[in-house]
Design a protein around this ligand. Sequence first.
Ligand SMILES: NC(=O)c1ccc[n+]([C@@H]2O[C@H](COP(=O)([O-])OP(=O)(O)OC[C@H]3O[C@@H](n4cnc5c(N)ncnc54)[C@H](O)[C@@H]3O)[C@@H](O)[C@H]2O)c1
Length: 249
Amino acid sequence: MLLKDKVVVITGGAGLNGLGFATGRLMAAHGARVVVLDLEGADPAGAAAKLGPGHLGIVADVTDKASCEAATVEVLKAFGTIDALINNAGVTQPVKTLEISGADYDRVLDVSLRGTLYMSQAVLPAMQQQRSGSIVCISSVSAQRGGGILGGPHYSAAKAGVLGLARAMAREFGPEGIRINSITPGLIGTDIIKGKLTDEKKAEIAETIPLARLGRAEDIAGACVFLASDLSLYCTGITLDVNGGMLIH
Ligand SMILES: NC(=O)c1ccc[n+]([C@@H]2O[C@H](COP(=O)([O-])OP(=O)(O)OC[C@H]3O[C@@H](n4cnc5c(N)ncnc54)[C@H](O)[C@@H]3O)[C@@H](O)[C@H]2O)c1
Protein backbone atom coordinates (compact mmCIF):
# COMPACT_ATOMS: atom_id res chain seq x y z
CA MET A 1 0.00 0.00 0.00
CA LEU A 2 1.95 2.99 -1.24
CA LEU A 3 -0.80 5.56 -0.69
CA LYS A 4 -2.63 4.37 2.42
CA ASP A 5 -5.26 6.98 3.40
CA LYS A 6 -3.70 9.62 1.12
CA VAL A 7 -6.20 11.95 -0.54
CA VAL A 8 -5.55 12.29 -4.25
CA VAL A 9 -7.36 14.62 -6.66
CA ILE A 10 -7.29 13.64 -10.34
CA THR A 11 -8.51 16.16 -12.91
CA GLY A 12 -10.08 14.75 -16.06
CA GLY A 13 -10.32 11.44 -14.23
CA ALA A 14 -13.77 10.28 -15.28
CA GLY A 15 -13.09 8.80 -18.73
CA LEU A 16 -13.19 5.06 -18.03
CA ASN A 17 -10.59 4.35 -20.74
CA GLY A 18 -8.43 7.33 -19.84
CA LEU A 19 -5.14 7.81 -18.05
CA GLY A 20 -6.85 9.59 -15.16
CA PHE A 21 -9.28 6.80 -14.34
CA ALA A 22 -6.57 4.12 -14.64
CA THR A 23 -4.52 6.20 -12.22
CA GLY A 24 -7.49 6.45 -9.86
CA ARG A 25 -7.94 2.68 -9.99
CA LEU A 26 -4.29 1.95 -9.16
CA MET A 27 -4.22 4.60 -6.44
CA ALA A 28 -7.39 3.19 -4.87
CA ALA A 29 -5.73 -0.26 -4.90
CA HIS A 30 -2.85 1.34 -3.01
CA GLY A 31 -5.19 2.62 -0.30
CA ALA A 32 -5.81 6.18 -1.52
CA ARG A 33 -9.05 8.08 -1.25
CA VAL A 34 -9.53 9.28 -4.79
CA VAL A 35 -11.33 12.42 -5.90
CA VAL A 36 -12.34 12.27 -9.55
CA LEU A 37 -12.77 15.78 -10.89
CA ASP A 38 -14.23 16.24 -14.37
CA LEU A 39 -16.82 18.05 -16.50
CA GLU A 40 -20.48 17.32 -15.79
CA GLY A 41 -20.98 15.36 -19.02
CA ALA A 42 -18.16 12.99 -18.05
CA ASP A 43 -20.02 11.92 -14.85
CA PRO A 44 -17.25 12.11 -12.25
CA ALA A 45 -19.57 10.80 -9.50
CA GLY A 46 -20.29 7.67 -11.56
CA ALA A 47 -16.58 7.14 -12.17
CA ALA A 48 -15.77 7.58 -8.47
CA ALA A 49 -18.47 5.04 -7.57
CA LYS A 50 -16.84 2.54 -9.93
CA LEU A 51 -13.64 2.82 -7.88
CA GLY A 52 -15.55 1.51 -4.86
CA PRO A 53 -16.82 3.09 -1.63
CA GLY A 54 -15.08 6.05 -0.02
CA HIS A 55 -14.13 7.88 -3.19
CA LEU A 56 -15.60 11.16 -4.39
CA GLY A 57 -16.64 12.60 -7.76
CA ILE A 58 -16.81 16.36 -8.24
CA VAL A 59 -18.00 18.32 -11.25
CA ALA A 60 -15.48 21.02 -12.06
CA ASP A 61 -14.07 22.83 -15.07
CA VAL A 62 -10.32 23.34 -14.73
CA THR A 63 -10.40 26.37 -17.03
CA ASP A 64 -12.56 28.19 -14.48
CA LYS A 65 -10.70 29.42 -11.41
CA ALA A 66 -13.81 29.66 -9.22
CA SER A 67 -14.75 26.10 -10.16
CA CYS A 68 -11.27 24.83 -9.16
CA GLU A 69 -11.50 26.66 -5.85
CA ALA A 70 -15.01 25.37 -5.13
CA ALA A 71 -13.89 21.80 -5.88
CA THR A 72 -10.94 22.17 -3.52
CA VAL A 73 -13.21 23.44 -0.72
CA GLU A 74 -15.44 20.39 -1.29
CA VAL A 75 -12.47 17.98 -1.07
CA LEU A 76 -11.19 19.59 2.10
CA LYS A 77 -14.67 19.47 3.62
CA ALA A 78 -14.96 15.78 2.82
CA PHE A 79 -11.44 14.61 3.66
CA GLY A 80 -9.67 17.46 5.49
CA THR A 81 -6.49 17.22 3.44
CA ILE A 82 -5.12 16.97 -0.12
CA ASP A 83 -1.94 14.92 -0.39
CA ALA A 84 -1.61 14.76 -4.16
CA LEU A 85 -3.00 16.43 -7.26
CA ILE A 86 -2.76 14.88 -10.71
CA ASN A 87 -3.19 17.60 -13.34
CA ASN A 88 -4.43 15.25 -16.05
CA ALA A 89 -7.28 17.07 -17.87
CA GLY A 90 -6.36 17.86 -21.46
CA VAL A 91 -7.80 18.11 -24.95
CA THR A 92 -6.08 17.75 -28.29
CA GLN A 93 -6.78 18.69 -31.88
CA PRO A 94 -5.00 17.31 -34.96
CA VAL A 95 -4.54 20.47 -37.01
CA LYS A 96 -1.57 22.16 -38.65
CA THR A 97 -0.09 25.55 -37.73
CA LEU A 98 -1.85 27.57 -40.41
CA GLU A 99 -5.23 26.11 -39.47
CA ILE A 100 -5.14 27.01 -35.76
CA SER A 101 -7.83 29.59 -34.96
CA GLY A 102 -7.83 31.79 -31.90
CA ALA A 103 -10.63 29.71 -30.43
CA ASP A 104 -8.67 26.47 -31.05
CA TYR A 105 -5.64 27.97 -29.33
CA ASP A 106 -7.70 29.09 -26.34
CA ARG A 107 -9.46 25.73 -25.94
CA VAL A 108 -6.31 23.60 -26.11
CA LEU A 109 -4.09 25.91 -24.04
CA ASP A 110 -6.80 26.61 -21.49
CA VAL A 111 -7.49 23.02 -20.46
CA SER A 112 -3.86 21.82 -20.22
CA LEU A 113 -1.98 24.94 -19.18
CA ARG A 114 -4.44 27.30 -17.51
CA GLY A 115 -6.12 24.27 -15.92
CA THR A 116 -2.80 23.08 -14.46
CA LEU A 117 -2.16 26.55 -13.06
CA TYR A 118 -5.65 27.04 -11.61
CA MET A 119 -5.88 23.62 -9.97
CA SER A 120 -2.36 23.92 -8.56
CA GLN A 121 -3.19 27.38 -7.20
CA ALA A 122 -6.34 25.97 -5.62
CA VAL A 123 -4.66 23.11 -3.72
CA LEU A 124 -1.29 24.71 -2.89
CA PRO A 125 -2.48 26.65 0.19
CA ALA A 126 -3.65 23.41 1.84
CA MET A 127 -0.35 21.73 0.95
CA GLN A 128 1.56 24.73 2.32
CA GLN A 129 -0.30 24.39 5.59
CA GLN A 130 0.54 20.68 5.75
CA ARG A 131 4.09 21.38 4.56
CA SER A 132 3.78 18.39 2.25
CA GLY A 133 2.17 17.43 -1.02
CA SER A 134 2.85 16.08 -4.47
CA ILE A 135 1.60 17.59 -7.72
CA VAL A 136 1.95 15.57 -10.92
CA CYS A 137 1.46 17.34 -14.24
CA ILE A 138 0.60 15.30 -17.32
CA SER A 139 2.49 16.77 -20.26
CA SER A 140 3.25 14.83 -23.47
CA VAL A 141 6.10 13.53 -25.62
CA SER A 142 4.62 16.00 -28.08
CA ALA A 143 6.14 18.83 -26.01
CA GLN A 144 9.62 17.33 -26.34
CA ARG A 145 9.76 16.13 -29.91
CA GLY A 146 7.73 18.89 -31.58
CA GLY A 147 4.46 17.12 -32.17
CA GLY A 148 3.31 13.71 -31.08
CA ILE A 149 1.22 11.86 -33.57
CA LEU A 150 -2.16 13.49 -33.20
CA GLY A 151 -1.81 16.83 -31.49
CA GLY A 152 -1.35 20.11 -33.35
CA PRO A 153 1.42 22.64 -32.63
CA HIS A 154 -0.82 24.43 -30.11
CA TYR A 155 -1.09 21.12 -28.20
CA SER A 156 2.73 20.79 -28.20
CA ALA A 157 2.94 24.37 -26.96
CA ALA A 158 0.40 23.75 -24.20
CA LYS A 159 2.23 20.64 -23.03
CA ALA A 160 5.64 22.37 -23.22
CA GLY A 161 4.11 25.17 -21.15
CA VAL A 162 3.05 22.59 -18.58
CA LEU A 163 6.69 21.44 -18.26
CA GLY A 164 7.90 25.00 -17.68
CA LEU A 165 5.15 25.75 -15.20
CA ALA A 166 5.77 22.54 -13.26
CA ARG A 167 9.53 23.15 -13.06
CA ALA A 168 9.08 26.74 -11.88
CA MET A 169 6.51 25.70 -9.27
CA ALA A 170 8.87 22.91 -8.12
CA ARG A 171 11.59 25.51 -7.48
CA GLU A 172 9.16 27.83 -5.69
CA PHE A 173 7.44 25.29 -3.42
CA GLY A 174 10.27 22.80 -2.73
CA PRO A 175 11.33 24.65 0.44
CA GLU A 176 7.80 24.12 1.78
CA GLY A 177 7.96 20.36 1.32
CA ILE A 178 5.82 20.30 -1.82
CA ARG A 179 7.09 18.31 -4.81
CA ILE A 180 5.98 19.04 -8.36
CA ASN A 181 6.88 16.74 -11.25
CA SER A 182 5.77 16.02 -14.80
CA ILE A 183 5.09 12.91 -16.83
CA THR A 184 5.51 12.90 -20.60
CA PRO A 185 3.44 10.00 -21.98
CA GLY A 186 4.08 8.66 -25.45
CA LEU A 187 1.17 7.43 -27.53
CA ILE A 188 -1.32 5.75 -25.19
CA GLY A 189 -4.42 3.88 -26.36
CA THR A 190 -7.22 5.96 -24.77
CA ASP A 191 -10.34 7.76 -26.04
CA ILE A 192 -8.22 10.75 -27.02
CA ILE A 193 -6.88 8.70 -29.99
CA LYS A 194 -10.01 6.58 -30.53
CA GLY A 195 -11.09 6.40 -34.15
CA LYS A 196 -8.19 8.62 -35.20
CA LEU A 197 -5.70 5.84 -36.08
CA THR A 198 -6.32 2.69 -38.10
CA ASP A 199 -4.99 -0.62 -36.77
CA GLU A 200 -2.43 -0.59 -39.62
CA LYS A 201 -1.23 2.87 -38.60
CA LYS A 202 -0.98 1.78 -34.95
CA ALA A 203 1.09 -1.27 -35.98
CA GLU A 204 3.31 0.98 -38.10
CA ILE A 205 3.88 3.31 -35.15
CA ALA A 206 4.54 0.37 -32.79
CA GLU A 207 7.37 -0.76 -35.09
CA THR A 208 9.16 2.53 -34.46
CA ILE A 209 8.94 2.17 -30.65
CA PRO A 210 11.77 0.22 -28.94
CA LEU A 211 9.32 -1.53 -26.59
CA ALA A 212 7.30 -2.41 -29.71
CA ARG A 213 3.82 -1.37 -28.59
CA LEU A 214 1.65 1.63 -27.89
CA GLY A 215 1.34 2.61 -24.25
CA ARG A 216 -1.47 1.53 -21.96
CA ALA A 217 -3.26 3.78 -19.46
CA GLU A 218 -1.83 1.54 -16.70
CA ASP A 219 1.70 2.49 -17.77
CA ILE A 220 1.00 6.10 -16.85
CA ALA A 221 -0.89 5.11 -13.69
CA GLY A 222 2.25 3.39 -12.35
CA ALA A 223 4.32 6.50 -12.92
CA CYS A 224 1.68 8.63 -11.17
CA VAL A 225 1.68 6.33 -8.13
CA PHE A 226 5.48 6.57 -7.97
CA LEU A 227 5.44 10.37 -8.11
CA ALA A 228 2.54 10.75 -5.66
CA SER A 229 4.02 8.35 -3.12
CA ASP A 230 6.97 8.54 -0.76
CA LEU A 231 8.99 6.38 -3.17
CA SER A 232 9.85 9.61 -4.97
CA LEU A 233 10.47 11.83 -1.92
CA TYR A 234 13.70 13.25 -3.38
CA CYS A 235 12.25 13.96 -6.84
CA THR A 236 11.03 17.40 -7.73
CA GLY A 237 11.05 19.31 -11.01
CA ILE A 238 11.66 16.08 -12.95
CA THR A 239 10.15 15.00 -16.24
CA LEU A 240 9.42 11.28 -16.26
CA ASP A 241 9.27 9.91 -19.83
CA VAL A 242 6.79 7.04 -20.17
CA ASN A 243 6.96 6.44 -23.89
CA GLY A 244 8.34 2.94 -24.54
CA GLY A 245 11.51 4.53 -25.87
CA MET A 246 9.68 6.51 -28.59
CA LEU A 247 11.90 9.43 -27.61
CA ILE A 248 15.25 8.77 -25.97
CA HIS A 249 17.18 11.93 -25.19
N1 LIG B 1 -3.52 9.28 -24.80
C1 LIG B 1 -2.34 9.73 -25.19
O1 LIG B 1 -1.73 9.24 -26.14
C2 LIG B 1 -1.69 10.89 -24.46
C3 LIG B 1 -0.35 11.15 -24.71
C4 LIG B 1 0.27 12.21 -24.05
C5 LIG B 1 -0.44 12.97 -23.15
N2 LIG B 1 -1.75 12.70 -22.92
C6 LIG B 1 -2.46 13.55 -21.97
O2 LIG B 1 -2.99 12.74 -20.94
C7 LIG B 1 -4.13 13.38 -20.37
C8 LIG B 1 -5.29 12.40 -20.32
O3 LIG B 1 -5.66 12.07 -21.64
P1 LIG B 1 -6.42 10.73 -22.05
O4 LIG B 1 -5.65 10.15 -23.15
O5 LIG B 1 -6.72 9.93 -20.85
O6 LIG B 1 -7.73 11.35 -22.71
P2 LIG B 1 -9.23 11.48 -22.22
O7 LIG B 1 -9.92 12.27 -23.27
O8 LIG B 1 -9.76 10.11 -21.87
O9 LIG B 1 -9.12 12.30 -20.85
C9 LIG B 1 -9.20 13.70 -20.77
C10 LIG B 1 -10.20 14.05 -19.68
O10 LIG B 1 -10.15 15.46 -19.45
C11 LIG B 1 -11.48 15.89 -19.22
N3 LIG B 1 -11.60 17.33 -19.45
C12 LIG B 1 -11.56 18.00 -20.65
N4 LIG B 1 -11.73 19.30 -20.44
C13 LIG B 1 -11.85 19.50 -19.11
C14 LIG B 1 -12.06 20.64 -18.28
N5 LIG B 1 -12.17 21.86 -18.81
N6 LIG B 1 -12.16 20.45 -16.95
C15 LIG B 1 -12.07 19.21 -16.39
N7 LIG B 1 -11.86 18.09 -17.13
C16 LIG B 1 -11.77 18.24 -18.46
C17 LIG B 1 -12.32 15.08 -20.17
O11 LIG B 1 -13.69 15.08 -19.81
C18 LIG B 1 -11.65 13.71 -20.04
O12 LIG B 1 -12.23 12.92 -19.02
C19 LIG B 1 -4.39 14.62 -21.24
O13 LIG B 1 -3.81 15.75 -20.61
C20 LIG B 1 -3.65 14.29 -22.52
O14 LIG B 1 -3.29 15.44 -23.23
C21 LIG B 1 -2.39 11.67 -23.54
